[in-house]
Design a protein around this ligand. Structure first.
Ligand code: NOJ
Ligand code: CA
Length: 540
């Protein structure tokens, strides 16, 4: 049998560097801070770290606006710190996965500064320009962070496209010289020894804005194939494509097992279910449970043997899952464990977002304390549109990206042990109760549950290649499934809600081993307590 790729059997830990650990007392997390926590991550058991952007940036969108792709932002350290991180991580068998922002640069990138100078500047065509129509933008495309996606440059008499903030002009992938520059830049990091890349909004790079096409546009697959051939395929790297608009069909192309495009897709179909259909994420609705099961089932089945998926609940753009679909009150520990067990039994590469392994929760701040450009943009738009302030705040509490960006809770010391000074972003006041120091070594902790799940994935091949089967599809409270290979079966049974329910699943044979559960022990088979989850393994 062909040896499977390393990234199929690893668990990836995601770090938002600003909020992870501050080593030099300026209130902002940094690369040396990450180095200082590698032992913690080794204890957890992960073998790769995805770090959100650390390249030089004016930080209009916290690093997703890059002004120099081949340098580290001084806020985070310097190139030497990055080399230290790569080296120190390697000693612990951990690879560093960089976040690559290839759809847009900062407007302060030297390419854009040049591009703005004149229409015949060689860099002009690195970006997407259009003449206006009678003094108005070419069309009514909207930017993700509010307002028009077109920005007027008076010196030039043209508009440029920005799908995100005004300070994030879209790059023009139809220009071959730009593409070459990007590949050279990626190879610079490959030579430095990174383990791979997370490709920010990669399905947006090819577009046809005149016809309203902003993702999965013309030549996308050609560009991905070229990118892969010129960069990732030269080494044993992981490449992860963030694609909000992916369907299983598209995902099979992105993650084609022949390796011609990317290693895996990072898609959001399961995670966007709790919003009013056809509306924005801020328009809140309860998660439709049967639909959630259907979505997971479809992805598990369709990609089986034909592609590879990422498994995640949380990231730096999403609220904390325990507050979202669990219970961050009385059943915080049980529900955080249940969500972990539910996800980590599936096929794909699991991601753990910093603090998720502690069951960190959402936060409620006063408006002045929010920092996120998307949150603030939405607030302004909705106030102007006449929304009620309390309603807007309810949306922010539930969905703001800042929920995930509060400093990591290391201990019950001041500033949660994150920094010796007041951090750039408010610490969640619950850090005295929820922190790493109190959980590491405690077998009842959420941390311990994640540690167990990671260890199991390393030990039992059924996690890698077992075939997925959803059980009791119509059950309104229980999410249960099996994974089966030639000799073994894994059974996962989860009560998704806070009431005790009847267990609808048939009992496995008595020789079944209970690998993990969300309570101290498995209770009687017939009932599932609130947020009770159990994972069993047995031979066939
Ligand atoms: C997706 C990133 O995860 C998000 O944080 C960022 O704002 C946008 N892409 C734009 O780069
Ligand atoms: Ca710092």
């Amino acid at each position: 049998m062909q040896k499977e790729k390393w990234w199929k059997s690893t668990v990836i830990y995601q770090i938002y560097p600003r909020s992870f650990c501050d080593s030099n007392g300026d209130g902002i997390g940094d690369l040396q801070g990450i180095v200082s926590k590698l032992d913690y991550l080794e204890t957890l058991g992960i073998n790769a770290i995805w770090i959100c952007p650390v390249c030089r940036s004016p930080q209009a969108d916290n690093g997703y606006d890059v002004s120099d792709y081949q340098d580290i932002d001084p806020m985070f350290g310097n190139l030497e710190d990055m080399e230290t991180l790569i080296r120190e991580a390697k000693k612990r068998d951990i690879r560093i996965v960089m976040d690559l922002v290839l759809n847009h640069s900062s407007d302060e990138h030297r390419w854009f500064v040049e591009a703005k100078k004149s229409k015949d500047n060689p860099y002009h065509d690195y970006y997407v320009w259009r003449d206006g129509v009678e003094g108005a933008p070419p069309n009514d495309l909207k930017a993700a962070f509010g307002g028009s996606a077109w920005e007027w440059v008076p010196e030039l008499g043209q508009y440029y496209l920005h799908q995100f903030a005004v300070k994030q002009p879209d790059l023009n992938w139809d220009n071959p010289t730009l593409r070459r520059e990007l590949y050279d830049m990626i190879n610079f990091w490959i030579v430095k020894g990174v383990g791979g890349f997370l490709l920010d909004v990669i399905d947006l790079i090819a577009k046809d804005p005149d016809n309203g096409v902003t993702f999965n546009g013309p030549h996308l697959q050609d560009y991905l194939k070229e990118l892969s051939k010129e960069t990732f395929q030269r080494a044993d790297l992981v490449s992860v494509g963030e694609a909000w608009g992916a369907t299983p069909e598209l995902a099979k192309l992105y993650s084609n097992p022949d390796g011609s495009e990317l290693s895996m897709v990072f898609q959001f179909e399961h995670i966007v279910l709790d919003q009013i259909e056809g509306k924005e994420k801020w328009d809140l609705a309860p998660v439709p449970f049967l639909k959630l099961k259907e979505v997971f089932k479809r992805w598990q089945k369709e990609l089986f043997g034909q592609g590879w998926n990422s498994l995640f609940w949380d990231n730096h753009d999403l609220p904390r899952i325990v507050s979202r679909w669990g219970d961050d009150g009385a059943y915080r520990v049980e529900s955080a464990k249940m969500l972990a067990i539910l996800l980590h039994g599936m096929q794909g590469t699991p991601y753990i977002y910093q603090g998720e392994e502690l069951g960190m929760t959402n936060i409620k701040l006063s408006l002045e304390d929010y920092q996120d450009i998307e949150t603030l943009g939405m607030y302004k738009e909705r106030i102007e549109a006449g929304y009620d302030k309390d309603e807007i705040m309810r949306s922010i509490y539930a969905k703001s990206r800042d929920n995930a960006r509060t400093p990591m809770q290391w201990s019950d010391a001041e500033n949660a042990g994150f920094s010796t000074v007041t951090p750039w972003m408010k610490v969640n006041p619950n850090y005295k109760e929820i922190n790493a120091e109190s959980q590491v070594g405690d077998v009842k902790s959420v941390f311990h549950c994640y540690q167990k799940l990671i260890a199991c994935r390393k030990e039992y091949p059924v996690f890698l290649d077992g075939e997925f089967e959803l059980l009791c599809e119509e059950d309104e409270a229980v999410f249960a499934y099996t994974r089966t290979d030639e000799s073994t079966q894994l059974l996962v049974v989860c009560n998704f809600y806070g009431e005790t329910v009847k267990n609808p699943v048939e009992k496995p044979n008595d020789a079944a081993t209970l690998l993990v559960c969300s309570y101290e022990d498995a209770g009687e088979w017939e009932t599932l307590r609130p947020y009770e989850a159990r994972m069993y393994l047995y031979s066939l």
